[in-house]
Design a protein around this ligand. Structure first.
Ligand code: FAD
Length: 470
C-alpha cells in the first residue's frame, strides 16, 4: 500500500527523469532533498514499492554521535558535517524532529577500562570530535546535558572518575560504577519527523514519489538509459533517465545486480526492545547509557539450576559481550524506555517479516539491570516487552558507500549499518556533490566503492580493529 501522494502505477506508461532514486528510506529521501533543495536539481524521481520510511528507517533507536574510531578522521568528519546539517534543519524547522544533545554515557565497573576511556577520549579529540575534560575531584566543573536543548553545548567528552561526582549526577547507575565517559556531540531525534520534513521540502521543489518496484535497468553501452518500475496493480512505467541512485537499504546489493555491479555488503539482524518503565527507574532526562563491560545475566538460584539442566538454554549462563545500551523515549508523561543489544551478529539474508528470539526482550532487560539495578524490580514479573527491528546493511569495515558505480550515471548510497539516520544528511550531501560534479570534501574517497581496488586499503582492512558498532 502506498502513502498519501505516492503515485500508484495502473497501466503501461513512459516518462523521463534527470535522476531516478530507488528507495524512499532515509538515504533515498535525503538524496532527493540534497539534490532538489540544496542543489536546485529538477527531474528527481523517488521510487519505492513500500510507503516512505517504512522498512528500516522507522525501526531505529534514532540516536546520533560524532564519536567514531579511526583509522583516519573520515567518519568523524562526515558525522560532524551530518550533525551540522541536522542542526541547521532543526533551526529552520523550529526543531520539528526534536533534536536533543544529551550525549552518550559510556559506563564501566572495571578499573582496567579507565585508561581505555582516557585513550578513546584522546583519540576522538585527535580525530576532530572535540576536547577531553577529565573530572577527578568532587569540585570539578562537569556540566550535565540539558534534556532538550541542543544549542551552546560542549563538544568532545568528559571523563569522570571521581566517585562522588558520579553518584551526584548519576545516582541511578550501579554502585560499582567507577568511571564514565560522556561523549557530548551526541543525542537523539525523531527519525520519522526528520524524514517527512526532508521529503516534503524535496516535493515542494519538484521531486516526485512513485509507488512501485524497480525491476530492470537498461545499461546498454555501459551507461544508465532506462529504469523499469512495476506497480502493485501490475502496471509498469519506463523512466528514461541518464542517472540512477541505488538507495535500496537491505536490498542495495540486489538492486546493484540490476546494474551488473556486485556490492560488498551483508546484513545483520538487530532488534530494539521497548517497555513501559512504570516504576520510573530510568530518569526521563537521562542520556543514552552504554554498559562497556562483558556480563553474565542475573538469575535466581532456582532459575540458574533449571537453565543448567537445559541443553537449549544453558548458553544463558555464559558470559555475554559488552555493549547493552538504552535510553528514555518520548516527551511529557511517556514511560517508554528503549533497550538495544547486539550480542548476536551473524550475517543473515534479509527476509521480511523479521523473526526475533521470543526471549530477546527478557535477555536485554536482565542485562540492562547490571547497569541500572532499579530494573531488577521487573525481573520477578516481566513487563510486556515490544520487540521489533530490522537489518544493519554493512560493509566489512562498517563504512558506508556513497558515490559513483562502474556504470556511467549509476550511483549508490547504502551500507548505512546502524547509523543511517545520523549519517544520511552527510552521506546524501556527499552523493549530491558527486552527482552534480561539485568539488568533493576530503573524506569522499573513504566512502567510494573504488576504495576496495586500492591494495593499501585492502591491506588495511586486514588489521582494521574497532568498527565503531554499538
Ligand atoms: C534496531 C535498529 C536500530 C538502529 N538505530 C539507529 C540509531 O540509533 N541511529 C541511526 O542513525 N541509525 C540507526 N539504525 C540504522 C538506520 O535505521 C538505517 O541505517 C537506515 O534506516 C537505513 O536507511 P536506508 O534508506 O538505507 O534503508 P531503508 O530504510 O530500508 O530504505 C530502503 C528502501 O528501499 C526500498 N526498496 C528496496 N528495493 C527496492 C526496489 N527494487 N524497488 C523499489 N524500492 C525498493 C525499500 O522498500 C525501502 O523503503 C538502526 C537500525 C536498526 C535496525
Amino acid at each position: 500500500m502506498g502513502a498519501p501522494g505516492q503515485r500508484p502505477l495502473a497501466t503501461m506508461s513512459r516518462a523521463t527523469a534527470e535522476v531516478v532514486v530507488c528507495g524512499a528510506g532515509i538515504a533515498g529521501i535525503a538524496t532527493a532533498y540534497h539534490l532538489t533543495v540544496r542543489r536546485g536539481m529538477s527531474g528527481v524521481v523517488l521510487v519505492d514499492e513500500r510507503p516512505p520510511l517504512s522498512l528500516t528507517s522507522d525501526k531505529s533507536t534514532e540516536c546520533y554521535r560524532n564519536w567514531w574510531p579511526g583509522p583516519g578522521d573520515a567518519m568523524v568528519a562526515l558525522m560532524n558535517r551530518s550533525i551540522d546539517l541536522l542542526e541547521d534543519l532543526a533551526r529552520e524547522s523550529d526543531n520539528v524532529f526534536r533534536l536533543n544533545r544529551r550525549g552518550y554515557l559510556f559506563v564501566t565497573a572495571d578499573p582496567e577500562r579507565v585508561p581505555q576511556f582516557v585513550r578513546a577520549a584522546e583519540e576522538a579529540a585527535a580525530l576532530g570530535a572535540g576536547p577531553v575534560r577529565h573530572h577527578q575531584t568532587p569540585a570539578s566543573d562537569y556540566q550535565p546535558a540539558p534534556a532538550d536543548a541542543f544549542e551552546g553545548q560542549p563538544t568532545g567528552s568528559d571523563v569522570i572518575t571521581d566517585p562522588s561526582l558520579i553518584r551526584r549526577h548519576f545516582p541511578y547507575l550501579a554502585d560499582e560504577t567507577i568511571a564514565l565517559l560522556h561523549a557530548r556531540r551526541c543525542g537523539w531525534f525523531s527519525g520519522q519527523q526528520l524524514g517527512m520534513y526532508l521529503l516534503e521540502r524535496a516535493r515542494e521543489k519538484g521531486a516526485r514519489l512513485i509507488e512501485g518496484r524497480v525491476e530492470a535497468i537498461d545499461t546498454t553501452g555501459g551507461r544508465v538509459r532506462e529504469v523499469t518500475v512495476r506497480g502493485a496493480a501490475g502496471g509498469t512505467m519506463t523512466l528514461s533517465t541518464p542517472r540512477f541512485v541505488d538507495a535500496a537499504g537491505p536490498f542495495v546489493a540486489q538492486v546493484g545486480r540490476l546494474l551488473g555491479v556486485e556490492l560488498p555488503v551483508f546484513c545483520e539482524r538487530h532488534a530494539k526492545v521497548a517497555l513501559n518503565d512504570t516504576l520510573g527507574v530510568v530518569p526521563r532526562h537521562a542520556p543514552m547509557m552504554i554498559w562497556t563491560d562483558p556480563l553474565r545475566l542475573p538469575w535466581s538460584d532456582e532459575e540458574h539450576a533449571e537453565l543448567a539442566r537445559s541443553d537449549a538454554h544453558r548458553y544463558l549462563l555464559e558470559p555475554f559481550p559488552a555493549g547493552v545500551h538504552g535510553r528514555p523515549e518520548g516527551g511529557g508523561d511517556s514511560p517508554v524506555v528503549l533497550l538495544i543489544w547486539t550480542y548476536d551478529t551473524e550475517p543473515v539474508e534479509a527476509v521480511f517479516p523479521i523473526q526475533f528470539d521470543p526471549a530477546h526482550g527478557e535477555i536485554v532487560l536482565r542485562a540492562m539491570s547490571r547497569m541500572l539495578p532499579g530494573l531488577s524490580a521487573y525481573l520477578t514479573r516481566l513487563p510486556r516487552c515490544f520487540v521489533d527491528g530490522g537489518y544493519y546493511t554493512k560493509t566489512r569495515e562498517n563504512r558506508f558507500l556513497a558515490g559513483p558505480l562502474p556504470v556511467e550515471g549509476a550511483y549508490v548510497i547504502g551500507g548505512l549499518s546502524g547509523y543511517g539516520l545520523m549519517a544520511s544528511n552527510g552521506a546524501a550531501d556527499l552523493l549530491a556533490d558527486h552527482i552534480t560534479g561539485r568539488s568533493l570534501p576530503h573524506y569522499a574517497p573513504a566512502f567510494q566503492l573504488e576504495r576496495y581496488a586500492d591494495p593499501a586499503y585492502v591491506a588495511l582492512l586486514g588489521r582494521w580493529g574497532n568498527s565503531g558498532q554499538l
